[in-house]
Design a binder for this molecule. Sequence first.
Ligand SMILES: Nc1nc2c(ncn2[C@@H]2O[C@H](COP(=O)(O)OP(=O)(O)OP(=O)(O)O)[C@@H](O)[C@H]2O)c(=O)[nH]1
Ligand SMILES: [Mg+2]
Length: 376
Amino acid sequence: MATVAVGGPQAVSRVGRFFQPVAGRPLDRLPENRILLGRWQTAAETGEELIVCRRETTVEIHCHGGHAAAQVVIESLASAGCQVLPWQQVLAKTGQDPITIEATRALAQAVTQRTAAILLDQRQGALRRALDQIARCLAAGDAATAGPMLEQLLQAARWGPYLIRPFRVVICGLPNAGKSSLINALAGYPRALVSQLPGTTRDVLTARIALDGWGVELADTAGLRKPSDPIEWAGIEQAQAHGSYADLVVLVFDRSRAWSEQAERVYRNFPDALVTHNKIDLPGSGIGNRPEGILTSALSGQGIDRLAAAILRRLVPRPPGPREAIPFTRRQGELLAQTKEAVEHRRFATATDRLRRIYAREPLHADEHEVFENPP
Ligand SMILES: Nc1nc2c(ncn2[C@@H]2O[C@H](COP(=O)(O)OP(=O)(O)OP(=O)(O)O)[C@@H](O)[C@H]2O)c(=O)[nH]1
Ligand SMILES: [Mg+2]
């Protein structure tokens, strides 16, 4: 669904030029706050069926969510003299407090239902309540209580970016270890190209999954070896570049092959990686001096649940509790850090000012509502 809101004294008459209610009577004679079915009639065509609802000051048009369908409605209204504004801009002018505005904006980008629920909690006051408590401590000059509360909020702020973008997990390893197969097994559908020829994956392919309600993007990479083929080499460089911006690297080794010097080198290159030994359905070549790791078979599905659980534990070691306060924009995080620093220096007036900026209803600067940034 797409929703187009039309506001202003002419809203009903402008919408009425195009909206043909099935009820037959014109829009301005139909009651407010009722869902009205009709068609969007332009000079060029009888458009699609849609729903209109008259409110006291606005008219809402709910149409098909496809870009083209919404565009027809928007363009016809523009041709009738309406000014087209993106919803973010409209939202900023509603006079709501900054957290509500930021949460509404972020909700449109929530990656999963779980992260949407967390953002909804913030919109409904979880963050505001925590800030209120801190503000009361600051008013009483109680740095001993305010300090740890601020610290806790700053810790929680690390989840903020992942409410609107997935965690990035890069799967690396030697050629033919089963990286692409493992991605397919984790995703539950064949996303990545699998073949018995080493060096099959050349570009970085990604698959989006959800682990316990957190968005996770799995990036498949070319096997890490020095090949003669320049195209493959480009893929490997990409893999390494990907590894450096990943939230987690999963290293995949072939358990049916002996632990080699090459494997050891790859392992040493990624000291923080989660290690997986794959192909456990095949006769193993012994444990050898292999590092510890999760045992999987992408083919039989053995150990895939354990791998998924291990990835989740590494990404979200302590999930936020129900209705926990989570700062979710960079602006909030920065202001909290400034508040904490001011508290540490016992500058309570500055601390109060910085804290207030996070959620004060009236913007301190005229353009403050315009400069909200999403998390990095
Ligand atoms: N027996 C067995 N075979 C597997 C397993 N995982 C992958 N394979 C096979 O190993 C071969 C290589 O698998 P891929 O998933 O393409 O391996 P890769 O690491 O992505 O390979 P490159 O992209 O070439 O680096 C394919 O023939 C797979 O079917 C497994 O757990 N058990
Ligand atoms: Mg592959």
